[in-house]
Design a binder for this molecule. Structure first.
Ligand SMILES: [Zn+2]
Length: 387
């Protein structure tokens, strides 16, 4: 329980009006109109629905600067001999600590799963999830090449189910993909597993795995949730085709997670040449079509993206710049909207009676906070400021 306190001149998210916020017993006790000028921007805690804690903080070993997604995958693979339980734990713990300090309260990490056997990282992340519960609620998603699931999907799905995880696959222009996607959905149905795909992470218009996923999702009613990450190729496909598939995705309740940092770094990347295409999925069109669109970090300090600090607000800032997003319309994409995809129970609304869980930025509004990365930020958890 935090002490009683009053914050004056508060702007709540993208709101126009300014309020005073009273804290009592660890809760938001009152929100009243304020006479003070806006001095503090308050945002809900954040949910980072797509990260890779097994890969993070490895650039000292791998070097930075992959020139393509597949170059990065190869170089990351070469590092895996270093992935002992201790190594994974140390790197992932640092990531959790950073995210927590920045105001993240929920996270979904993908975990590479490249053979039939349970990877060491899965157990480590499962332990971390228990250790961090209540501070950063961590969800695990398996990430397997979809071709592996054709052979070992049943075994992997059963283990993922046993540990309460999410079932995932990496898809890029695989042969016989329609059948393979159908098999993944069958496993999801059989084991009641939410799905999370890395799909079409490239700029070839023939990469249309997203459409196959939408087709499968459209065929079932009330199944487990389906989230698609990347879908970069939608950015280069004919507009009418894209509009049609986004409308079908909305109807089938397929969500889209956009990863601005990794996409802008890896797509259209070639030495001594300035990128022309930025690889960002048509997120505004998707939102207009009714698709639930969220923004997440993806890779941090690894060969896929050698920067980052698990500061999801900074990723949102980059998204606002890159995709010309209207800040107030998209803050939900890293807070409550994102939390709905990864069980973010601590991401609570900014309403009277709710737990005093929020981010307080010394900024007058969202534009000001986006403009000044150095603006001081305090994280409130149950009414108390994190030290
Ligand atoms: Zn990813």
């Amino acid at each position: 329980m935090g002490p009683d306190a009053q914050l004056t001149g508060v702007r709540l998210g993208g709101a126009d009006d300014v309020v005073d916020l009273r804290l009592s017993g660890g809760k938001i006790a009152a929100l009243t109109p304020s006479a003070a000028p806006a001095a503090t921007l308050i945002l809900p805690l954040m949910a980072d629905a797509h990260v890779h804690l097994d890969k993070t903080f490895t650039t000292r070993r791998t070097g930075a600067g992959a020139v393509s997604l597949f170059d990065a995958i190869e170089r990351m693979q070469a590092d895996k001999s270093n992935w002992t339980a201790d190594d994974l734990y140390a790197r992932a713990s640092l990531a959790m600590e950073k995210a927590y300090r920045h105001g993240v309260a929920a996270m979904r990490t993908h975990v590479d799963w490249n053979t039939a056997e349970v990877p060491v990282a899965w157990g480590v992340m499962d332990d971390l999830a228990r250790e961090w519960r209540g501070r950063v609620d961590l969800q695990l998603a398996s990430l397997s090449p979809i071709d592996l699931l054709a052979e070992s999907g049943e075994q992997i799905a059963a283990h993922v189910r046993k540990t309460g995880g999410v079932f995932g696959a990496f898809i890029y222009r695989n042969d016989g993909l329609a059948d393979k996607v159908a098999d993944v959905f069958a496993l999801s149905d059989a084991h009641d597993l939410p799905l999370d795909f890395h799909v079409d992470e490239g700029l070839e218009s023939e990469a249309q795995g997203f459409d196959l996923i939408v087709d499968q999702a459209a065929q079932r009613r009330d199944g487990p949730s389906v989230l698609c990450g990347h879908a970069c190729s939608l950015s280069v496909r004919p507009q009418d085709e894209v509009k049609a598939v986004l409308e079908r995705a909305a109807a089938a309740q397929v969500g889209l997670v956009v990863l601005p940092t990794t996409n802008s770094y890896l797509q259209d990347n070639a030495p001594d040449r300035t990128p022309r295409l930025r690889g960002i999925a048509p997120m505004k069109e998707a939102a207009l079509a009714g698709v639930d669109v969220i923004i997440a970090s993806d890779n941090v300090c690894d060969v896929f993206f050698p920067y980052g600090d698990y500061d999801l607000f900074d990723v949102y800032r980059g998204g606002v710049h890159l995709a010309q997003l209207e800040p107030a319309a998209w803050i939900d994409a890293i807070t409550q909207g994102a939390a709905r995809w990864c069980d973010g129970a601590a991401v609570t609304p900014l309403t009277v009676g709710a737990p005093a869980n929020f981010i307080a930025v010394q900024a007058s509004d969202l534009h000001d906070a986006i403009s000044r990365p150095s603006a001081v930020r305090h994280i409130y958890r149950n009414g108390e400021i994190l030290a």
